[in-house]
Design a protein around this ligand. Structure first.
Ligand SMILES: [Zn+2]
Length: 332
């Protein structure tokens, strides 16, 4: 199901069954704090490199059974505290992340980075403010702007409806500091570099490179999954993944799917190129999206690699439609 279908089902189902109050996003100090969805069961973090960890998703899409835990939050343990990359879809997931961090280190979380504005990457923020009121929450400025323009409530409602209101109690907490991309900072024994490549998966994507470990957290700019491309750019993705492919990296950590080496970046780039270049060519020949779909699906990369990714069958048609729009925009 695509995002719009999710949203439609959110409205028809959620409001009728539970009333508007449970769907209303909470801000700090709102009432109803005692009314909460259930805790999320522990998922052990995977150690990817000396300092970097990834907590694997419980499923490819948000459902009541997986509590909306469908992306992989990450964290980096430095000698001066922990940096968290993405906080999951709810305060309950944020709390679960904190429990996994405690299994690895006693150090506090000092920074939280939200890689972009999609709700599975920031709705857990409030758990980290409760644990450390001085925590810095960082994102690209476009992330904050988009959330303030209504994406905050959209994503809260989206997660509520897809989890059968299990994120109830989540307090919307926006980032309080920004990165523009290009920043380098050191925390104790660890040096970080922040990357922003323009519009890739969204206009707000941040990648977090941990220099000492030759490891990068990619947000949703690459994933072995076919999902939401409506806010993204094919040409932007190809350009960004090309740039990352030239960096000196051992581990690539996506927020959906499993960590890997540079092969993940090269596959992601080939996927975007296969769709965009073929759509551009077939568009010139006058084909419509439903005529393009079987032709593109027969390309060797799609047959051998991409068709095995979660979401391929349901989302590939939508991907082609989005690519056509971008081809049209670039004609003038
Ligand atoms: Zn996303």
């Amino acid at each position: 199901m695509n995002r719009r279908d999710f949203f439609k089902s959110a409205f028809s189902m959620g409001v009728g069954l539970v009333g508007a109050s449970a769907l209303k996003p909470l801000y700090a100090n709102d009432e109803m704090k005692e009314f909460r969805g259930p805790d999320v069961p522990d998922v052990d973090a995977i150690k990817v490199s000396e300092r970097c960890y990834s907590i694997p998703a419980m499923g490819p899409h948000p459902t009541p059974e997986n509590f909306g835990m469908f992306s992989n939050p990450g964290f980096i343990v430095t000698s001066e505290g922990v940096v968290v990359v993405d906080t999951g879809s709810s305060v309950q997931i944020g709390e679960m992340i904190l429990r996994q961090i405690k299994k690895v280190t006693d150090k506090p979380v000092v920074k939280v980075i939200n890689t972009h504005f999609h709700g599975d990457h920031w709705l857990g923020n409030h758990a980290f403010v409760e644990a450390n009121p001085n925590v810095e929450i960082l994102s690209h400025q476009d992330c904050i702007t988009t959330l303030k323009n209504g994406a905050d409530k959209f994503w809260f409602d989206f997660m509520q409806s897809n989890t059968n209101n299990k994120i109830t109690g989540t307090v919307i907490t926006l980032p309080n500091k920004t990165f523009a991309g290009g920043e380098e900072f050191t925390l104790g024994d660890t040096t970080f570099k922040i990357h922003h490549f323009g519009k890739v998966h969204t206009s707000s994507d941040i990648a977090v490179e941990v220099k000492n470990d030759k490891t990068i957290f990619m947000g949703d700019m690459v994933m072995r999954r076919v999902a939401n491309m409506e806010d993204g750019s094919y040409l932007g993705s190809i350009k960004a993944l090309d740039a990352v492919s030239k960096m000196d990296l051992k581990n690539i950590i996506p927020m959906h799917g499993t960590p890997d080496d540079m092969k993940l970046i090269l596959e992601g780039k080939e996927f975007m190129e296969t769709i965009y270049n073929n759509v551009a060519e077939l568009y010139d020949e006058g084909l419509s999206d439903f005529e393009m779909k079987p032709i593109i699906s027969e390309k060797p990369f799609m047959q051998n690699v991409a068709s095995k990714w979660p979401g391929y069958d349901s989302a590939i048609g939508k991907f082609i439609v989005v690519a056509i729009k971008e081809v049209e925009q670039n004609m003038f």
